[in-house]
Design a protein around this ligand. Structure first.
Ligand code: PLP
Length: 388
């Protein structure tokens, strides 16, 4: 990244950590296929198994509970299946309950028939409505359901009450699948403590290479049939010769994220940012401010502004932030997350997201605030057509 740039879009992707780059390069120099039993093969296998231990460590899970994939999208395709089973949910899952602010990688429901998928509402602060969850669990004769509930939202950073939701779901014989992409390495999460049965995560959000991810399973959970079938790698759950370099980089990033991302530093940056925003624009609204949030994410808007105009002005000033969901960026549409939270167009069309990470500094925040203030002044808060 150019030294003159100020990158504040870690929820879209994080710059590669040095340790991850070194691990990738070391693995690229290996000759062996990890399925081969000669020395070269065993060496490649060692890189993969080291990474498995480190990635499992993010969730206090043992290595055998980790299945590597090409990213969280593939991992979500793998875990969202009616065939997911556990000793406590032996009746067979019939339906999928999806929280309304899930990422599009989860919202589609994957291996569930469209008419078996129910969308669950969130409260205005972005937290799942647990009464609505209880009602949904009791419907359909109380048949066992899989709940898809993200740990943290990629746009607002709002954290979900995983334990409370999991207790309700387990009491009705169901299971919980969690998109843990944005929480991994930022907030300590243990599968056992949260009651999550299966989680998906992504290497590039925590400073590993793009195109890497994993499913992490609670002990005793059976994943169901593979999506990619063939040579039987990953104990039959995901066939195909492993991406050893990517996995090694993912493992190194997971180890470093777990060791160094205490909430303290990022929380301080967040406080600085949110205080500065209120100084720049007294009418700024921070979405999900009343809920527990990730320490690295602030999604906000000044009424009657245009996020695209602000984003371009900031980019010209050397600053990278995002409007709404940047995972499928390029297309500008109204955020389904803010819509589900009941945010009107006069605010949502001006919504920007600042997300920090391992290389962010107080200087980045100061630079952003200066440029944002200048862009706002230039815009003169001109009203725009809400439905445009
Ligand atoms: N889930 C969330 C919350 C995300 O932010 C993303 C971002 O892309 C994904 C899933 C998809 O991850 P991947 O890029 O590894 O497929």
């Amino acid at each position: 990244m150019s030294a003159s740039r100020c990158y504040l879009d870690y929820n879209a992707t994080s710059p590669l950590r040095l340790s991850a780059r070194e691990a990738c390069v070391a693995a690229l120099d290996l000759a062996g296929n990890a399925s081969s039993i000669h020395r070269e093969g065993r060496e490649a296998r060692r890189f993969i198994e080291d990474a498995r231990r480190r990635v499992g460590g993010l969730f206090a899970a043992a290595p055998e509970q980790v299945v590597f994939t090409s990213g969280a999208t593939e991992a979500a395709n793998l875990m969202l299946t009616p065939e997911l089973a556990s000793p406590t949910a032996p009746r067979g899952i019939r339906r999928l309950l999806v929280q309304a602010t899930e990422h599009s990688a989860v919202l589609r429901g994957h291996r569930f028939a469209p008419d078996a998928v129910t969308l669950l509402r969130v409260r205005p602060d972005g937290v799942i409505d647990l009464t609505g969850l209880a009602e949904a669990l009791a419907s359909d004769g109380g048949s066992p359901a899989l709940l898809a509930l993200q740990a943290a939202n990629n746009e607002t950073g709002v954290l979900q009450p995983l334990r409370e939701a999991a207790d309700l779901v387990h009491a009705s014989g169901g299971l919980v699948a969690c998109d843990a992409v944005q929480v991994a390495g930022r907030v300590a999460v243990s599968l056992a403590d949260t009651g999550v049965d299966v989680a998906c995560l992504s290497g590039h959000k925590l400073g590993g290479p793009q195109g890497t991810g994993a499913v992490v399973l609670r002990k005793g959970i059976v994943l169901g049939p593979a999506v990619l079938r063939g040579g039987g790698q990953e104990r039959g759950s995901r066939s195909g010769t492993e991406n050893v370099a990517g996995i090694a980089g993912f493992g190194a990033a997971a180890a470093e994220a777990g060791e160094t991302d205490g909430t303290g530093r990022l929380s301080e940056l967040q406080k600085l940012l949110e205080k500065g925003l209120a100084d720049v624009a007294a009418d700024v609204v921070v979405f999900g401010a009343a809920a527990p949030r990730l320490p690295n994410t602030t999604c906000f808007a000044v009424p009657h502004t245009s996020a695209e105009v602000l984003l371009i002005a900031l980019d010209l000033a050397g600053i990278a932030v995002s409007t709404g969901s940047a995972c499928s960026s390029g297309k500008v549409s109204r955020s389904h997350v803010l819509e589900a939270m009941g945010v009107g167009p006069h605010l949502s069309q001006g919504a920007l997201r600042v997300s920090t990470g391992w290389a962010s500094t107080t200087d980045d925040i100061a630079r952003f605030l200066d440029a944002f203030g200048a862009a706002l002044r230039r815009m003169h808060k001109r009203p725009f057509a809400a439905a445009a």
